[in-house]
Design a protein around this ligand. Structure first.
Ligand SMILES: Cc1ncc(COP(=O)(O)O)c(C=O)c1O
Length: 385
């Protein structure tokens, strides 16, 4: 079982980074649940000394994720936030970051509440507007941090243009690719320097693991991120590495179904009289549909819609039966949530409203249930609004 140089995407997802276990032939990479490794004699070992530094299950996953994102190397962390935190360690005090104004609430919180204590400053801007993005740059800007499609109102940033802008100003482009997954969007091929994921979402895909990864292109970034992974120690465990490896084997077929169901639900909601607005990049009414179609190969399973008030949202969320009221996204089960009080509760109210994250906004992560069952559930719940 060997991958050829020109293996296609689904084959890469299934096999990259993995070889049958050399001692038993086990086709699945084992969970190397060990803290240390016995050395043959002083200074002679098999390349493994201590499991924070090296672990074969984690190494297999890192090889797999680097290949899937088209990067040179991947470095896996204990959560998506740990991965983003490691990326920020590439910055030095005094540096400035420009970031998308509706990034995941936890990312905003990390910059706003933690990194600002260490002489790092940042500006939030609608990165879908390149002129505004350029205006946000200062002489100290060293990083442009973009999330596209954005969470939860699905704005799209032109990644190739963002890469050109960042590079012309001596900054790195970092893309949080969690919402799209590498099946639908490959930011490194559009010029990004670093890609990050919460593997908790689509990459693992089964709602049973928390993890994160950074995929990098440049040797100096790779060297630093590996150093920080070991030095700060927020590593992904062997079991979680194994779970994510299992997840990526089915990533392409899962994303195809998530996308088909996402579109079907958006189309159901858009004409509904109780729905004021639907946010989904695959709808003809989405103002950036053409850009999304150009830089993505599908529109994904995430959508949001506005019911006009917190009361209406609460009634819908109380009435759904199959869609589970929960934070998170990207799992096999469909989830429904209220960004204003859940994922984006840490974003100041004024800022939230300016972004369209109103009290009536509801977000759906379309899962893999039969789409007709999901439509029935939504129709029934909308009748109760
Ligand atoms: C887009 C995005 N990035 C990063 C994160 C953080 O990931 P984690 O919860 O694995 O720390 C999340 C979590 O919801 C997310 O949605």
């Amino acid at each position: 079982m060997k991958l050829t140089q020109n293996a296609r995407f689904s084959t890469v997802c299934l096999h990259a980074g993995q070889e049958p276990d050399p001692t038993t032939g086990a086709i699945i990479t084992p969970i190397y649940q060990t803290s240390t490794y016995v050395q043959e004699e002083l200074g002679r070992h098999k390349g493994f000394e201590y499991a924070r530094t090296q672990n074969p299950t984690r190494a297999a996953l890192e090889g797999n994720l680097a290949a899937i994102e088209g990067g040179k190397a991947a470095v896996a962390f204990a959560s998506g936030m740990a991965a983003i935190n490691a990326i920020t360690s590439l910055l030095k005090s005094g540096d400035h970051v420009v970031m998308s104004d509706n990034v995941y609430g936890g990312t905003f919180r990390l910059f706003d509440k933690v990194l600002s204590r260490y002489q790092l400053s940042f500006s939030s801007v609608d990165t879908a507007d390149l002129d505004a993005t350029e205006r946000a740059f200062t002489a100290s800007t060293r990083m442009l941090f973009v999330e596209t499609p954005s969470n939860p109102v699905m704005r799209i940033t032109d990644l190739a243009a963002a890469a050109d802008l960042a590079h012309s100003r001596g900054a790195r482009l970092v893309v949080d690719n969690t919402f799209a997954s590498p099946v639908l969007q490959r930011p490194l091929s559009l010029g990004a320097d670093l890609v990050t994921h919460s593997t908790t979402k689509y990459l693992n895909g089964h709602s049973d693991s928390i993890g994160g990864v950074v995929v990098a292109q440049h040797e100096d970034d790779i060297e630093w991120l590996r150093f920080v992974q070991n030095a700060a120690g927020a590593i992904l465990s062997p079991f979680d590495s194994w779970l994510v490896l299992r997840g990526t084997k089915t990533l392409p077929i899962r994303m195809a179904q998530h996308s088909a169901t996402g579109l079907a639900l958006a189309e159901l909601l858009e004409p509904h009289p109780k729905v004021r607005k639907v946010y989904y990049p695959g709808l003809p009414s989405h103002p950036q549909r053409a850009l999304a179609a150009r830089q993505m190969s599908g529109f994904g399973g995430m959508l949001a819609f506005d019911l006009g008030s917190r009361d209406a949202a609460a009634r819908l969320l109380k009435s759904v039966r199959l869609l589970a009221l929960a934070e998170s996204l990207g799992g096999v089960e469909s989830l429904i949530s209220h960004p204003a009080t859940m994922t984006h509760a840490s974003v100041p109210e004024e800022h939230r409203h300016a972004l369209g994250i109103t009290d009536g906004l509801v977000r759906i992560s379309a899962g893999l249930e039969d789409v007709e069952d999901l439509k029935e559930d939504l129709n029934r719940a909308l009748a109760a609004v």
